[in-house]
Write a protein that binds this ligand. Structure first.
Ligand code: 5AD
Ligand code: SF4
Length: 472
């Protein structure tokens, strides 16, 4: 199933201006179509990449003349942007799609679409056609840019439309309706070539392809003009940015250029430890706009598991990266992803993971029970772990991390910080909350005027997984 690396030239990858123009024509056609849906709702599952794809879907829908509905029950058009990285994400999406069938009894004109990674899975399109006949339109991540054309076709036929083309392309210039004005996502690269043995992403998001630096910088400049406070650079493995460009631009180089533009805060995700270069670490240390935070998925603390997972680093190489990051950026906020219950994981392997977590002292950890994905290598491996054992292990891991987190977060108490305020806190309308430079949530007294702004504050204490602060 693995695909060949660089068998195409760059110009083949960027969707042509004529094609993009054609999509605009479909958009205009839909706008004028009598009886077309008036309102839309986008339901998003999964990672930031999907959240950003949903911003593109919303942008396209608004250009078609539709307005965003309050919730999915009020909308004439509902689209589910799905994830398939673990089975429960998939189950939840399918459950919610089926539930919407009931809503159609009240609103017979309701148009239902499903897109994203799940549709791109081998065999899923056929399943959609057979088992979910009430869905009007289904298309994969690689067809996102063709959404106007696909919706136009759907609205002009009684049959359902299912399209999965497996194209590894780069679409430029899609309209984006950003969820937040002050903090924006920018995709720097699409796809992944790593084939970690548990992971479905390379099969559903295609091979790695980097956007041209000029396009990224142009997007960042536009955002800066619209008063953006923070940008988050997105890619499955941002550290290998530029490897396919041939022009010598690396991720560190790209960061330096963005830093020089004067965007107040720059973050990025996700990084692969094997591609985390010394140059990037140096860049982190020397560029003032790059936030002192790093998401560095370790997945396991056992060398044997790391090998089986096809991660291409050892525990000690990982720890070396952590040490270097901490030396270059003292106090850096560190987060990670960890999988428990990978096929063949013994108590000793799991103990290695626990020990690593204890040694590193992360500011946060996303922990997952291994979920077999059809088509990946790990799904075929011997030694699949009893779900009860995995559950026990994840509970132990979460308990350990929670305890350690209280200790690691205490290092911020008394420190000056800056929080980019997202909104009112969940507990009170007299408090606002946002993210500090190290990536940790901060709550402080404030009001509507603070939302979207960077507020200087002093950390006064901790409450669960957030820091409390006073404004300076
Ligand atoms: N099972 C469990 N967790 C997974 N992840 C990716 N694939 C799987 C899987 N099959 C986790 C990894 C990755 C994060 C985004 O999701 O930890 O870093
Ligand atoms: Fe999946 Fe590994 Fe690629 Fe991350 S780096 S998307 S875990 S294959």
């Amino acid at each position: 199933m693995e695909k060949d690396g660089n068998d195409m030239t760059r110009s083949d990858l960027t969707v042509s201006a004529e094609e993009m123009e054609r999509q605009k024509e479909f958009t205009a056609e839909i706008r004028q179509m009598p009886g077309r849906p008036e309102s839309f709702y986008v339901v998003t599952y999964g990672c930031q990449m999907n959240a950003h794809d949903s911003e593109k879907l919303s942008g396209m829908l608004q250009e078609m003349g539709m307005t965003e509905a309050e919730d999915r029950e009020q909308a004439d058009f509902v689209i589910f942007n799905t994830c398939c990285v673990r089975e429960n994400a998939e189950r939840r999406a399918l459950g919610n799609v089926t539930w919407l069938k009931e809503i159609r009894k009240r609103n017979p004109g309701l148009v239902i679409a499903v897109c994203g990674c799940m549709i791109q899975e081998p065999g899923m399109a056929e399943k959609m056609l057979k088992q979910y006949k009430f869905i009007n339109l289904a298309f994969g991540t690689s067809n996102l840019w063709k959404f106007p054309e696909l919706l136009y076709r759907t609205l002009n036929t009684d049959r359902n439309t299912v399209v999965v083309e497996n194209e590894d392309v780069i679409p430029e210039g899609l309209p984006i309706s950003r969820a937040r004005k002050e903090a924006a996502y920018i995709t720097v690269m699409y796809g992944c070539n790593n084939y970690c043995s548990y992971c479905i992403v390379p099969y559903v998001r295609g091979r790695e392809r980097s956007r041209e630096p000029a396009s990224i910088l142009r997007e960042a400049e536009e955002l800066l003009r619209s008063d953006v406070q923070e940008i988050m650079l997105l890619g499955q493995n941002v550290n290998s940015y530029g490897k396919d460009l041939g022009g010598g631009m690396s991720f560190a180089g790209l960061l330096r250029e963005l830093d020089a533009m004067g965007i107040p805060r720059i973050r990025f995700m996700t990084s692969h430890p094997k591609d985390l270069s010394d140059k990037l670490i140096e860049t982190m240390g020397s560029c003032g706009h790059i936030l002192p935070q790093f998401h560095l998925p370790v997945q396991s603390g056992s060398d044997r598991m790391l090998k089986e997972m096809n991660r291409h680093y050892t525990r000690s190489q990982y720890l070396d990266r952590v040490r270097k990051l901490r030396a270059a950026v003292p106090g850096i906020g560190l987060s990670t992803d960890i999988i428990v219950g990978f096929p063949g994981e013994t108590e000793a392997d799991f103990a290695d993971t626990m020990a690593l977590v204890e040694e590193v002292r992360y500011d946060s950890a996303f922990t997952f029970i291994y979920s077999p994905r059809v088509g990946t290598r790990a799904a075929e491996m011997d030694g699949q772990i009893d779900p009860e054992v995995s559950k026990e292990r994840i509970q132990k891991l979460i308990a350990l991390q929670e305890g350690l987190q209280q200790e690691t977060m205490a290092r911020f108490v008394g420190m000056e910080e800056e929080a980019l305020i997202e909104g009112f806190s969940r507990r009170s309308t007299l408090e606002v909350s946002g993210k500090g430079r190290h990536g940790i949530s901060i709550t402080l007294r404030g009001g509507a005027e603070d939302i979207g702004r960077i507020v200087r504050c002093r950390i006064t204490g901790l409450k669960n997984n957030t820091l409390t602060a006073e404004r300076i």
